[in-house]
Each structure stands twice: as structure tokens, then as C-alpha cells.
Design a protein around this ligand. Structure first.
Ligand SMILES: C[S@@+](CC[C@H](N)C(=O)[O-])C[C@H]1O[C@@H](n2cnc3c(N)ncnc32)[C@H](O)[C@@H]1O
Length: 389
């Protein structure tokens, strides 16, 4: 990264991608002449498709926009054998609109709205249906996580970011138990953030910063937080490594990134173990259809290692009906059933027999949880790594 200016640029030759982040507000075109030359030079090294990634560009004035537009049109004309893709983020709204006008002028220039293409399961997770799931899940996992978080490096007085915070319950729990110096919670879903703010206000927690943003292009400076969490979310992206890269970037050297993920096919229960196992194998397949990898849990160690973390710690724990009230476990499975059956199976267009089989297995899981001598479990993997100093 080159960071003397109000913007940063990075050219990744392997991905054929030139990224511009920050703010572009020159007083005249000469001020960004260097940037234009860098883009031109990068494009000269590429064959096939050149990606101009502006998803972390927070501001662009009309001088810069005109100059970029001219450069892209000129490149598209000179290199008519190539495709030019401008990668924008739907979070800000304006970039897609603005850059679309450039794309319309050349047959070989197009726009890819990153979070839209990148996150096919968005509609399931961002509308209200997921709120009861996230509430119950966090209540159940917290019993385990509260104990293991210190082992993963969480201490009082830290600066913490919770990326993909959902409805913010985990942020509130960390705030209460670990008294951070700063706590920022970011998500892409406005309805979840509204909900999170409302709940935090009800509990008188005015110190959590809830921020709307895109985890794949976080508008936060490098090396900003001591402890960065991202729970149950790498598993919903089809390119989780890009999120891990952002978590790494915003973490301070010596700080840690903590992630949790599932391996849904490992959910178990007795009695009726076979029906339960068969149903959850189908659930893993259902998520895979929407490009979500709910089998990601044990892959977390590798994902952190590949991103450059050291001192990686990985734990797995099982949320079980015997942890507390069995009704709470059953409540979680009921919330799962609602979304899996009524939204996801329906959207995939599943045959009635297949839906019935999944539903039966989920209901058997609930029954196992509520059975006086039954045992029902949901395994979760928690992993963390240190960003080298
Ligand atoms: C499975 S939920 C997990 C929420 C929370 N971490 C928890 O454990 O309860 C995934 C969350 O990721 C959010 N999300 C999805 N795509 C995102 C993106 N590109 N940037 C930020 N958040 C995103 C969703 O809105 C959702 O709240």
C-alpha cells in the first residue's frame, strides 16, 4: 500500500486487480496524473480481464470521475481484446450508478456490484427471518465463548471490532463482560443494525459504534483494532479469504482475529440419530446451493494460516440441550426450520419429498433435545490467529 495520499492503491497482478481505496478529491487533474499512470501501467501487464476495484473508495469528486472515465474509455478502445470490470460496492449506492455511465460507453467495460455477486444468500440473512436465529444462537454459544475468549486473547480495555455483527448481541455481551476501550460493530444489513441500536439503547449501552459497511472492503484504516471478531460469517461468503484479508488488515500487529464457524452436517441427536444426520447432510447441501459453506468450521485454521496469521488457536465446542434449558436448544432448531424449509427449500424449488425429509430430521432434532433422556448437539469451531508484529 502507498499511503501518503488521501487514497491508497494496490495492484494485485495475480488477480489482475487494481484497487483504489479512500478519497479522491483532486483540485485539478494534474494531482491524480500519477494515479492514472499507475492504472495504465497495471492494465498493460494484464491479459483477458482487468479489474478496477473501487469498492473501498469512499468519495470521488467530479474532476477525478471525469479523468477516470476518460482513462477507462481510452483503455477500452486501445485494448479492445480485453474486458474491463469496475468492481463497486452496493453499500454506498453512488459508485454503481456513477460508474455505470462509464460502462455504457464501451462494449468491453462492465460493472460488478461486489456484495451482490459475492453474497448470493444475502436475502435470507438480511431480512427479518434471521433475527430469532441469531438471538438464540448467540445466547447458546455465549456460555461456551465467554470461557474461551480470554484464551484467544480477549482482555479488558482492548479496542475491538465485530465484523458482520448481525443484530449486535455478541457485541453487547463483549461490552458487558470485557469492558473494551472501544467497540465497533459493523454489518451490511441496515435492518439488523437498526435492531442492534434499539436493543443497545434499551440496555443503556451508548458506547458501541454500530456502522453500516461491507466486510469485503471495510472503510477502516489498517492496524486499527487489538481484537477483531467475525462470527458465523466466513461460512456465508463464497470467497471467505477476501474477508479474512480485511480482518487481517484492520487488526493491529500483535493483535488477534477471532472467527467462529459451523460444520452443520455434524449436528447430532439421539433418539432418531439417523433421521437427524440425514437431514443435516441435506442442510449443508442446501446452503451450498446458495454458495454458502456451512461446513467451514474445521477449515478456519487453514484460512487463518493462509492469510498470514501466526499462533493460531482452534477449539471446537458443542452447544447441547444439556447446557441449559433444553427448550432453548429446541427454539433454535425451530428458528432454523422456519428459514430452511419456508425460505431456502422453497427458493431452491425442492421436491415435496425432499422438503419432508429435511423437516422430519429437524423435528427429530427438536424431539431429541426435549426428550427426558435425549441428547442433541450443534458443534461450532472457534479459531483465532495473531497478526505478526
Ligand atoms: C450468519 S450472520 C452472523 C451474525 C453475527 N456475527 C452472529 O454471530 O450472530 C451473517 C451476518 O453477515 C452480514 N453480512 C453479510 N454480508 C456482509 C457484508 N458484505 N459486509 C458486512 N456484513 C455482511 C449479514 O447481514 C449477517 O448479519
Amino acid at each position: 500500500m502507498i499511503s501518503k495520499r488521501a487514497f491508497d492503491v494496490e495492484f494485485n497482478v495475480n488477480n489482475q486487480e487494481f484497487m483504489i481505496a479512500g478519497k479522491l478529491r483532486p483540485q485539478n487533474e494534474a494531482e491524480i496524473e500519477g494515479l492514472l499512470q499507475e492504472i495504465d501501467k497495471a492494465a498493460a501487464q494484464v491479459r483477458g480481464t482487468f479489474f478496477l476495484n473501487v469498492k473501498r473508495l469512499a468519495y470521488l469528486n467530479s474532476i477525478a470521475f471525469r479523468a477516470l472515465g476518460r482513462l477507462i474509455a481510452d483503455l477500452a478502445k486501445r485494448r479492445f481484446d480485453m474486458q474491463f470490470v469496475i468492481v463497486t460496492s452496493g453499500v454506498l449506492g453512488w459508485p454503481t450508478r456513477k460508474f455505470s455511465s462509464i460502462a455504457q460507453q464501451s462494449f468491453n467495460v462492465s460493472i460488478a456490484e461486489y456484495d451482490k455477486d459475492f453474497y448470493p444468500g444475502q436475502s435470507f440473512l438480511e431480512d427479518g427471518g434471521f433475527i430469532p436465529i441469531l438471538r438464540t444462537q448467540t445466547r447458546l454459544t455465549w456460555r461456551h465463548e465467554r470461557g474461551i475468549l480470554p484464551k484467544h486473547g480477549l482482555r479488558a480495555g482492548m479496542e475491538i471490532a465485530d465484523i458482520c455483527c448481525g443484530i449486535g448481541d455478541f457485541a453487547m455481551l463483549m461490552n458487558r463482560e470485557f469492558s473494551p476501550a472501544r467497540l465497533l460493530a459493523l454489518d451490511h444489513s441496515r435492518s439488523s443494525l437498526d435492531y442492534a441500536r434499539k436493543v443497545a439503547a434499551e440496555f443503556g449501552m451508548t458506547d458501541i459504534e454500530y456502522v453500516h459497511g461491507d466486510a469485503s472492503g471495510i472503510m477502516i484504516d489498517d492496524n486499527s483494532f487489538d481484537f477483531v471478531t467475525c462470527r458465523h460469517s466466513l461460512q456465508i461468503f463464497d470467497r471467505p479469504e477476501l474477508i479474512v484479508r480485511e480482518l487481517f488488515r484492520i487488526c493491529k500487529p500483535g493483535g488477534r482475529v477471532y472467527v467462529t464457524n459451523e460444520k452443520i452436517s455434524q449436528c447430532f441427536g439421539e433418539p432418531r440419530g439417523e433421521s437427524i444426520t440425514a437431514a443435516y447432510a441435506e442442510v449443508a447441501d442446501l446452503f451450498a446451493h446458495f454458495k454458502m459453506d456451512l461446513e467451514f468450521g474445521p477449515k478456519s485454521r487453514r484460512a487463518l494460516a493462509d492469510a498470514g496469521f501466526d499462533d493460531i488457536i482452534i477449539d471446537s465446542f458443542t452447544v447441547a440441550n444439556t447446557d441449559g434449558k433444553p427448550e432453548e436448544f429446541a427454539e433454535m432448531v425451530t428458528a432454523w426450520e422456519d428459514v430452511f424449509i419456508n425460505e431456502m427449500c422453497r427458493d431452491r424449488g425442492d421436491a415435496p419429498e425432499r422438503v419432508a425429509m429435511i423437516q422430519r430430521g429437524l423435528q427429530d432434532h427438536m424431539k431429541a433435545a426435549l426428550h427426558p433422556s435425549g441428547y442433541a448437539g450443534w458443534p461450532v469451531w472457534a479459531a483465532s490467529g495473531r497478526k505478526p508484529s
